[in-house]
Design a protein around this ligand. Structure first.
Ligand code: FAD
Length: 383
């Protein structure tokens, strides 16, 4: 498949690359990874240059471009630094719920702040394709005289405890089948009854805040409903698929960044009197890594493009996420191996790329969920 990026898209790639080169300081990255610090200053600088929310319409403060452009930014950020790149791109994790399904007032109330780097956002993705294990824990929305009262717990919420708002699916509590009156609602920061338990001390993505969210009788008004009642399942399905494209792009960048670093290393490291890049076994490893990366690059770009063409291909998005996350883990693991003892040291960064890659394989749907999503679409109905 031939995939030619337009000139404007190549210019975005270059601008992001230059920005990341200037801003993503290696020492700072290692320190922020160790101490689980969100890269606030870099995020705000990235937002000032329009790299956050480039796919959001201009009237909401975005760049008026597409999912593909957002994909290119995510890839280029993570190629330079996996942990900083992911934290920046996941800063607006819930924005798509409002972008695709929110009313004018909801979009205007939150999106400009998110895109300007003034507000983080969070979201949950319970749904038919991401429910392994915790479907039964979907928060319950009980009807009140003026809206709903929410109760329940969400095990992991990116930007939890730090975001200005959260987009959450809630069930009516009566049954838990996928079409069970699921609705999406906005929970603003600071509402009575909302609390968080910090879950930052994780294997990877340690600059991205994560927390357990607890809703203990939280009252929300009808204005906080996103779209219509009973449409939550469809909304989750769409936004989850869009998140697969984003996570694929992050994984793609991580894989490429790990390959870049191992290439630099094998061309200067000597063993048995020659550069290790001269050994055929090393060359074949590099060839396999590059081949896997190129395969998922095409898949990821094609999935992104399908969302821009208004015919989103959920199957392609699931394939891209499944393939890209696995590729990132495999390539980063091989990079650690190729760099021997140095690959294991924090100073050389590939161990961090490896940890971040593994986390991407878990979030936004694990391989079981993704295979289910793909199988459903390739098999169709069985009579
Ligand atoms: C750092 C982090 C951040 C996260 N952020 C968010 C967030 O912001 N929003 C959000 O909604 N979620 C978030 N998550 C949740 C994430 O999407 C889930 O952890 C993930 O989907 C897996 O679900 P689970 O943890 O319940 O694992 P389980 O579903 O319990 O899976 C455990 C194991 O069982 C396997 N398994 C599950 N079902 C089957 C089956 N049917 N057949 C065979 N094997 C099966 C799985 O592959 C896995 O190996 C986050 C998770 C992490 C780790």
């Amino acid at each position: 498949m031939e995939f030619q990026l337009e000139k404007s898209q190549q210019e975005i790639q270059k601008a992001v690359k230059d920005f990341a080169k200037g801003e993503f300081d290696k020492e700072l990255a290692r320190e922020m990874d160790k101490t689980c610090k969100f890269p606030t200053r870099i995020w705000q600088n990235a937002a000032d240059l329009g790299f956050i929310g480039i796919h959001v319409p201009e009237e909401l403060g975005g760049g008026g471009m597409g999912v593909l452009e957002n994909t290119l930014i995510a890839e280029a950020f993570c190629r330079r630094d996996s942990t900083i790149g992911a934290a920046l791109m996941l800063s607006c994790f819930a924005a798509e719920y409002l972008l695709r399904f929110g009313g004018d007032h909801q979009r205007q109330s939150f999106l400009p702040d998110v895109i300007a780097g003034r507000m983080l956002s969070g979201a949950a993705f319970y749904g038919a394709e991401n429910r392994s294990g915790f479907w039964g824990n979907t928060p319950v929305a009980e009807k009140t005289n003026n809206g709903w009262r929410l109760s329940g717990e969400i095990e992991y919420v990116i930007n939890g405890g730090r975001a200005g708002f959260y987009c959450l699916p809630c069930s009516n509590g009566k049954n838990h089948s996928p079409s069970s009156n699921l609705k999406m609602v906005i929970v603003k920061d600071g509402l009575e009854g909302v609390s968080f338990e910090d879950r930052n001390d994780t294997l990877g993505l340690r600059m991205t805040p994560t927390a357990k969210m607890i809703l203990a009788g939280v009252n929300i008004s009808p204005e906080e409903l996103i779209g219509k009642e009973n449409q939550g399942e469809k909304q989750v399905e769409r936004i989850l698929a869009e998140s697969w494209v984003l996570i694929s792009a992050l994984a793609l960048g991580i894989a490429q960044g790990a390959l870049d670093r191992s290439l630099d290393y094998v061309k200067q490291r000597e063993q048995f009197g020659k550069k290790i890049a001269r050994f055929q076994v090393t060359q074949h490893k590099l060839a396999d890594m590059a081949t896997r990366i190129e395969q998922v690059r095409y898949l990821t770009y094609a999935a992104a493009k399908s969302f821009d063409s208004r015919k989103p291909e959920y199957k392609l998005a699931a394939m891209a996420k499944l393939g890209a996350a696995r590729t990132a883990v495999a390539v980063a693991s091989e990079a650690v191996q190729l760099m021997g003892g140095y690959g294991y040291m924090t100073e050389y960064d590939v161990e961090r790329f490896y940890r971040d890659a593994k986390t991407l394989e878990l979030i936004g749907g694990n391989p079981v969920n993704l295979r289910n999503a793909i199988a459903k679409r390739i098999i169709g109905r069985i009579r």
